[in-house]
Write a new protein. Structure first.
Length: 248
């Protein structure tokens, strides 16, 4: 699975780093990453001089990550909820999650993030669906997967409608006592991939991972039959930024 994530998940553009640091308004020297996976976002920040601590519960993901990041990246095999308790934690200038925040436990999520941040430090979350750009191809894929899945997208964790001006997790951040100056931005991105790589990407999507292996193989065969040789994708990145309130 780690190799599939590394091969089929796209990386992150320099524009994301620029957006985060512009919002911070100062040099970001240290960062903690939640659910680093194979390090697609880790390398973006680490290669620009940020001292990153990458946390990830899956050992195979961390092993893959270490192949691609600078040697000074610190890695911790742990879920976000299992990081050391308050009083033993280092504080960081930035805490961020790239397409991983929805895996965290909502109970106490924002107080835990706040404990990890310096006063005035920045929280950033980014991610977004990998969507077929051609409506005809999308219709064909939807029909092919219909016997197995109604949708393959992750629903909003807090039920925010998709047409709402502020999307999750910005909605939760706005309600949190710990954060202020919540902002939402979109980095537009378009990519073209082979049909085989598109199906490979689906093999990393949680909606398919929860299917049984025979069902997963069958739905992938059905989808592959209706795809052209190459497919155009919209892969926009929605970025949420917030600032930890300063302590009194």
């Amino acid at each position: 699975m780690a190799e599939a994530y590394e091969r089929f998940r796209p990386g992150y553009p320099g524009e994301l780093f620029d957006m985060v640091t512009a919002y911070a308004g100062r040099t970001v020297r240290t960062a903690l990453e939640i659910g680093a996976g194979t390090g697609k976002a880790t390398r973006l920040f680490a290669q620009r001089g940020v001292m990153v601590t990458a946390t990830e519960p899956d050992a195979s993901m961390l092993a893959e990550l270490r192949k691609h990041v600078p040697t000074d990246v610190r890695t911790v095999q742990a879920a976000f909820e299992d990081l050391p308790p308050n009083g033993e934690r280092e504080r960081y200038g930035l805490v961020y999650a790239a397409a991983a925040l929805h895996w965290t436990n909502p109970e106490g999520r924002w107080s835990r993030v706040a404990e990890l941040l310096e006063p005035g430090g920045v929280f950033a979350s980014c991610g977004g669906p990998f969507r077929l750009a051609d409506p005809a191809v999308e219709d064909a894929v939807r029909a092919a997967r219909a016997p197995f899945l109604e949708s393959d997208e992750i629903p909003s964790p807090d039920g925010t409608p998709p047409d709402h001006d502020m999307q999750w997790p910005g909605t939760e951040l706005q309600r949190s006592e710990w954060f202020t100056d919540v902002q939402q931005s979109v980095i537009e991105r378009r990519v073209t991939v082979s049909a085989r790589d598109y199906v490979g990407h689906l093999s990393t999507v949680s909606a398919y991972l929860v299917l049984s292996a025979p069902e997963r193989d069958q739905v992938f065969r059905q989808i592959a039959r209706v795809l052209p040789d190459t497919v155009d994708m919209t892969a926009d990145i929605t970025v949420h930024l917030a600032r930890r309130r300063r302590e009194d």
